[in-house]
Write a protein that binds this ligand. Sequence first.
Ligand code: NAD
Length: 477
Amino acid sequence: MYTVAQLIGGVWGAGGAGGELVVHDPADGAPVSAVPVATADEVGKAVEAAREVAPEWAATAPAARAAALHRAADAVEAVTGELAEAVTAEMGKPLADARGGVEAGVATLRQYAELGPLRGGRSLLGAADAIDLMVPQPRGVVAVITPWNDPVAVSCGLLGAALVTGNVVLYKPSERTPATGWLLARALDGVLPAGVLSLLTGGGAVGAALAGGDVDVVAHVGSTATGRSIAEAAARSGAKALLENGGSDPLIVDAGVDPAWAAEQAALGAFANAGQICVAVERIYVHRDVAGDFVDALVGRAGALRTGPGRDPATQLGPLVDRRHRDHVHAQVTAAVAGGARIRVGGAVPDGPGAFYPATVVTDCRHEMALVREETFGPVAPVVVVDSFDEALRCAADSPYGLAATVLTGSMSHAQRAWRELPAGTVKVNAVFGGAPGGAAHPRRGSGQGFGYGPELLDEFTATKAVHLEPPAGGRW
Ligand code: NAD
């Protein structure tokens, strides 16, 4: 059992007067983590303490900040196994995936350590005796509020970019993976100057207190509903809101593609991490010509996945994060069936402990169904049959979200139309999990605002100052 502690003003074990929450293993229901809950007052004090430390960290040379981040990457790498075990224990994903997430996080920290000191501003060509500069500066105090589905990789992106650009950070990991956040913060704090990083734990109320506090940036990765309430809080306080939120990513399967290969891609996109990936395949528009063979192959793949606890190396499909989330997933499937959809495999809540849910293929879906339009975030593949590529593109584009989209096609003109016309931050052709090298993504609509990851994230965490210098009267300095 993990006993989590907060880090406030450089002091471990501070606060927690808001009570205690307990996280349970989604594979068997056993208690995993005991976690203090911060009060609003503690959040306020943590923000004040961070503000005191901010000028010194902002004035630290970029190369020294980068060196600290390299040490941080080493420190996280050294506890890879421990972190991966905590991820699996708290949110259930197979251990090898959890390890992959930690390794991705380490790589991201190193990426930002390399990129940080290479950034610069611009000098402008003004009057001959004047000097005009555009200088990026740290924004100050950054709240980093993160989800549970890939907790180390996601957190390392925001933490690394915010820290290397000279901001101090108040980190609030998900209440579903708090021990993971605590282990990560311990590794980072061990190599950073005291007070540069704080850790606050608890649920949405703690995040809300932070988002409404005296911070300069609220960086949130999580659901669209939370992102919207953070945007409201930030509008009131004047803080910048950086939001990487939910999605309902379409997969278009064009006529003429190999249905077995398309099913392999669809299964990977819909069932990896039990569908709990922001860019998971959430809805499939398949051309009628290939629909029958495609669905048969997808059903075969879904049925063949080995389900079990994440700590069992043979497991391919772990449990969902908890039963509350399973209820949400199952309710969407049940509503689709009530509306005329048909379950081809899965779709039933199993007996026994934990929050398991089978890989599920639902056919006869219509574009209007909530299972298709909303984010399910579970191992569910809803299939809509379409009669043309035009119809598929139209449905794919018609969404309250705009995170990412995938098109499987052998037609170059269809590929070109897809990337030009789909209103999403990332469009992938013939690979469900491709993306920008370095991770840059710019979500649209309900999926958020501002760059998540990539070199552009460094720009999000700085403010550019325009500087104009000219000599005093007489023309001489
Ligand atoms: P969530 O928004 O419920 O929680 C995320 C964090 O926000 C948690 O730390 C939580 O305590 C905090 N929070 C909750 N209510 C808050 C409030 N009112 N004010 C401030 N903070 C609050 O999301 P989740 O369930 O943890 O994560 C799943 C969601 O995250 C999915 O929608 C998924 O698509 C999304 N996600 C997006 C990306 C991306 O890059 N776009 C990546 C991973 C996950």
